[in-house]
Design a protein around this ligand. Structure first.
Ligand SMILES: Nc1ncnc2c1ncn2[C@@H]1O[C@H](COP(=O)(O)OP(=O)(O)OP(=O)(O)O)[C@@H](O)[C@H]1O
Ligand SMILES: [Mg+2]
Length: 263
């Protein structure tokens, strides 16, 4: 059974068909990318998985369970974490506190589990330790106590990734994790995504416009164009697909692929 199964999902906004009969299937342990020109429906697809949008038709199955009727917080409780295209954090809270919010769902169960196992550590300590682990993993020690509002955009995006990781998700949805970053920051995030995939074994679905990163780190890629899935395959297959090249013609797919890789 696939970890995530999207079956014939369609979604319209007035006259605009954001998604038309989109189906895809993601196995546990995959690092999967969704690409496509601006307005292709990528974020809408992520929103349908995480419960922020309700498709007009189709099914979204997570671990075999239809989640269409669930609220975003209920889907997140099942083990789906996400980041947003535009960073959504509490700007007047520090890094640790923002990441602690990612532990929200674990609070009660953590408490009972700890009580049952007879641990002496108060529940709060357990969550703080987890957050410190994430801060360590994402090499963010220097910003631990900084207010998010005072951090550069690239670091804020890393905090958001950290909050999602603090959830200990089975499925991590990333909406343009490198957008607005310089080359060095992009390289760092790409490495962290690989580490999350390889070391933590998390299944990842990533939307990203940086073709070098997408082609370097994804195992499979799906391409959306005007709400329609026009291609799916390995990076190599997708790059060679004439339909994909046509969809990117305005942006010149060839030139997107030229130049130095960030990795
Ligand atoms: N809440 C909404 N209300 C109205 N239209 C929407 C809404 N969300 C998305 N759309 C429309 O649906 C289409 C797909 O948008 P979406 O944001 O999913 O594209 P995208 O592939 O993520 O684009 P980008 O690369 O620019 O982020 C667009 O035409 C967009 O204007
Ligand atoms: Mg988008």
């Amino acid at each position: 059974m696939a970890l995530l199964e999207i079956q014939d999902v369609s979604l319209s906004f007035g006259g605009i068909k954001a998604l038309s009969d989109v189906s895809l299937s993601i196995e546990a342990g995959e690092l999967y990318a969704v690409i496509g020109p601006n307005g292709a429906g990528k974020t809408s697809l992520l929103n349908c998985i995480s419960g922020f949008y309700k498709p007009d038709q189709g099914r979204v199955l997570f671990e075999g369970r239809d989640v269409i009727r669930l609220r975003p917080d209920q889907i997140s409780q099942l083990g789906v974490a996400r980041t947003f295209q535009n960073v959504e954090l509490f700007a007047n809270m520090n890094v640790i506190d923002n990441m602690l919010l990612g532990r929200h769902h674990h609070y009660k169960s953590g408490f009972f589990k700890n009580a049952f196992l007879g641990y002496l550590a108060p529940e709060e300590t357990v969550h703080r330790l987890k957050v410190e682990e994430v801060i360590d993993f994402l090499e963010m020690e220097q910003w631990r106590k900084h207010l998010v509002a005072n951090l550069p955009y690239g670091v804020q995006k890393r905090v958001e990734l950290g909050r999602a990781l603090a959830q200990e998700p089975k499925l991590l949805l990333l909406d343009e994790p490198m957008a607005g970053m310089n080359v060095e920051e992009t390289e760092d995030i790409a490495r962290f995504i690989l580490d999350i995939h390889q070391e933590l074994g998390t299944t990842i679905v990533m939307i990203e416009h940086d073709m070098h990163v997408v082609m370097d780190i994804s195992q499979r890629i799906s391409v959306l164009d005007f709400g329609v899935k026009i291609a799916e395959g390995t990076p190599n297959e997708v790059q060679k697909n004439p339909e994909v090249q046509k969809a990117y013609l305005g942006e010149d797919f060839e030139s997107l692929m030229k130049g130095e890789s960030a990795l």
